[in-house]
Design a protein around this ligand. Sequence first.
Ligand code: BES
Ligand code: MN
Ligand code: ZN
Length: 493
Amino acid sequence: MPKFRLVKESPEAVACDLLAVAVFKDAKPGPGAAEVATLLGTTLKDLFAAERISGNVGDCAVLSTVGHIAAKRVAFVGLGDKTAVTPFEIRRAGAVVARKAAGAKTVGTLVPAAASGNGTDAARAFAEGFLLGSYKFTRYKKASANGSKPVAVSDVLIAGMAKSAGIDKSLAAAQAVADGTVLARDLTNTPANDKSPVSLAQQARDIAKGTGMTVKVMDEKQLAAKGMNGILGVGRGSPKPPRLIEINYKATGAKKNIAIIGKGITFDSGGINLKTQGLDWMKMDMGGAAAVLGIMKAIAAIKPKVNVTAIICSAENMPGGNALHPGDVLDMYGGKTVEIGNTDAEGRLVMADGLALAAERKKYHYILDMATLTGACMVALGPRCFGVMGNDDGLIQGLLGASKRAGELAWELPLIEDYRKMIDSDIADLKNIGGPYGGAITAGLFLREFIGDHKWAHMDIAGPTKSESDEFEQPKGATGSGVRTVVEWLTSL
Ligand code: BES
Ligand code: MN
Ligand code: ZN
């Protein structure tokens, strides 16, 4: 992971392998851009024409400086409309620069200085984008196969900004959020043959070590003693036993207690209702649990002034001989019975146990859950946006606002009362599937049955947990969706 430092040099004097300067639409220069272009013997207008860029966010022209300035190469990176630059654009530009920095050891930049207003927010956004855009999952690549290990950026020198205590804090927060997101990505990218509910429990212990956070794990015997039949039921078809994992973070002077529950299906085959599509992605069905672990890692460093309890409901959904049958009825924790309409709707079964456990304690101001719950949410919102549902408008708006500041895409879906009857069962209190349409909503309505009268919100992150391609700060593969939004929300409470 690179270190970020503020430097005083003017653009032409920043000694580095790659210097990034900002440009805007209509060939308008950001700080340092016109000066650098002049030293290279050109103008931004000519450079835009020659490099066929127009200054939009994502545009980037990299030129060799052949000794005209101290930097070896320069990246002219687009920020869009000069009058409308926010941390959102700066974060994306940071990620673009990170991908162009392959092979560089030192990177210099004046991009954060291009933001009007709060320089600390801009520096944080650039650092976040840079760290998130540098991500590669290399654990299973053997160095011998491609000769050498890639060069990692060791230093990022931020020029053009005044030093302040605020900037140091912002850069530390960027680092913490990136570390949490990277952990979530690594866990989610890990193949199912190398992960299990037991290994997630070990991850929780590793994260907590030395932080003051405490961890409690319920094994299959304790789950049975307590009647956690959602988690147990889903786990029955797999030789890997299920776990309920709890991590507690306590802040001094905290006025609020928050519970965050994560779906940790380490592989979702569908069970006896075996999936016919998308199985190769289903190692990622613990994206909610991974996000929760990433959030806990990040807040152990950022130390927001709220108490946070993480609850991970983890099982492997497999069609073994002891698996749930379609038509089975589970007597769930919290007292309701559920008829299994489809063993592939397993996420809501494991989450119900975690929600009922949190609700029973009657001490949380807000209960939040994060789950790769439905393909229907992807159909509704596309692959990059998560759905937010819940029973408290303040909480929902808080999360949506946090998602905007964090640079993640989110949208509210309604919990339509008239749809509640779609999850009625003929023989039990509830059925775990609804009708053919509105699947994200009926899944949300199912979860709501287990939270009593608590203030609660549900994030369906099935779409954005994985990406089909590199796009700004999101890499191809696991993205760590939700970590940034929830950390931002927790720090704003
Ligand atoms: N894990 C899936 C949801 C999912 C789908 C996540 C695609 C990521 C990408 C979930 O357990 C599931 O299988 N949901 C079913 C529910 C249906 C059987 C009611 C779905 O969405 O098809
Ligand atoms: Mn499923
Ligand atoms: Zn699932």
